[in-house]
Design a protein around this ligand. Structure first.
Ligand code: DGL
Length: 280
């Protein structure tokens, strides 16, 4: 069983891509709606909440947990992988949505530094839109810079966007917010269009169309859920002990630390189909 974790609804956009790409696999989703949004929390809080979620999913029987939240990945992934997992559960794994994005930007594998097909020229420019916390962590420019030192990563925080999406604000409000963040990014580049844009928050696929409208023509929008699903499929092909046993094939379970009724009512917008959450 594979655990998929997000601070709230956003990870459902990733889970949707995973279930399309890997329909036979068994997934348990945990949304920490009771503590969302994470984007404006402190690093210490995000680490503690992410650790608690991983422990919960391990207790559910997940051998592999994917942090389907860029904020949690940027703050907690390295520390969990290097400082906690080797002692706590050496046979289990924690992955993060952030890693395949870095690989595809830099054109370099995270695991062994070999070349993989990249989506941006080695000396090109890419814009990353994400929560305040992800941007302030500096994780995207740092990790891309290690692997593609000539690439320019322009970081743009979108502090109000997750809350506005969660609040189901009217499209015009969302459009204006997105246009404002794109304009701020273009100010940073003195009007030069980046080669590609990363929506580095799992909530943003819901407003991908608004980003496409606001960005200059020709900027490629990298679709994180699809990229993560391809990467997980490749990972499972190398680690078949994490794939579902025949009796568990296709299993889906949805847990929330929030109010299951409220969360279920809103979830189909993110997942693309009705889902019923249980209290975690
Ligand atoms: N969906 C999360 C991400 O990918 C952030 C949402 C939040 O601020 O809790 O960064």
């Amino acid at each position: 069983m594979i655990g998929v974790f997000d601070s709230g609804h956003g990870g459902l956009t990733v889970l949707h891509a995973l279930t399309e790409r890997l329909p036979r696999e068994a997934f348990t989703y945990l949304g920490d709606h009771g503590n969302a949004p994470y984007g404006r929390r402190s690093e210490a809080e995000i680490y503690d909440l992410t650790l608690a979620a991983v422990e919960r999913l391990f207790a559910e029987g997940c051998l592999l947990v994917l942090l389907a939240c860029n904020t949690a990945s940027a703050i907690a992934l390295r520390r969990l992988q290097q400082g906690w997992l080797p002692e706590a559960a050496p046979e289990r794994r924690v992955l993060g949505v952030f890693v395949p994005m870095v690989e595809i930007l830099a054109g370099v594998s995270w695991r062994d530094g070999t070349k993989v097909p990249g989506k941006v020229s080695p000396d090109g420019m890419v814009a990353v839109f994400a929560t305040q916390r992800t941007i302030h962590s500096g994780a995207y420019p740092f990790e891309v810079g290690l692997r593609a030192p000539h690439m320019r990563v322009v970081s743009q925080a979108c502090p109000q966007l997750v809350a506005a999406i969660e609040a189901d604000e009217p499209e015009q409000v969302l459009r204006e917010l997105v246009a404002g963040y794109v304009a701020e990014m273009l100010q940073q580049t003195q009007g030069r269009a980046p080669e590609a844009a990363v929506l580095g928050c799992t909530h943003y696929p819901l407003v991908a169309q608004l980003f496409a409208e606001a960005l200059p023509d020709g900027v490629q929008l990298l679709d994180q859920p699809t990229i993560v699903a391809d990467s997980l499929a490749e990972y499972l092909s190398r680690h078949d002990r994490f794939t579902a046993a025949p009796q568990a094939a296709g299993h889906r379970r949805f847990l929330t630390t929030g109010d299951p009724e409220r969360v279920s009512a809103f979830a189909s917008r993110f997942f693309g189909a009705e889902v019923t959450f249980e209290k975690a």
